[in-house]
Design a protein around this ligand. Sequence first.
Ligand SMILES: [Cu+2]
Length: 142
Amino acid sequence: MKNLVLASILAGLTPVASADVTINEPWARATVPGQPVGAAYMKISSTSTARLLSAESDIAKEVQVHTMQNHEGVMKMREHGQLEISAGQTVELAPGGLHLMLMGLKKPLAAGDTLNVKLTFEDAKKVKSTAVVAVPVRPIGK
Ligand SMILES: [Cu+2]
């Protein structure tokens, strides 16, 4: 119960990477034991041009930005590379589209847990800033 309360408090926070970048509604999907990868989703807004340079999490060996593409009727994931956020734009990472792929999970993502994802952004002047986003884990199928 204590964990649940903490997760909802964390989920209500809006981590700010810099004065310009805001992250809303982060969440990740629970994984089954043995599943090597997981996915995290969120909305990233910026009032000025920003670029997501990298993402990392202590729960995964590597975090990549992925996109989904329809390849001859089959949805396939591929690495997206650095994510651009234009001034005033909100980029939505959501199931079926852009997502943060947590590669090489060190343990399963359990519903009710919260994982931390550190995002490094760069603004138009190449000034870097980081945000540690508390990402609550939702049950499979939700
Ligand atoms: Cu992926």
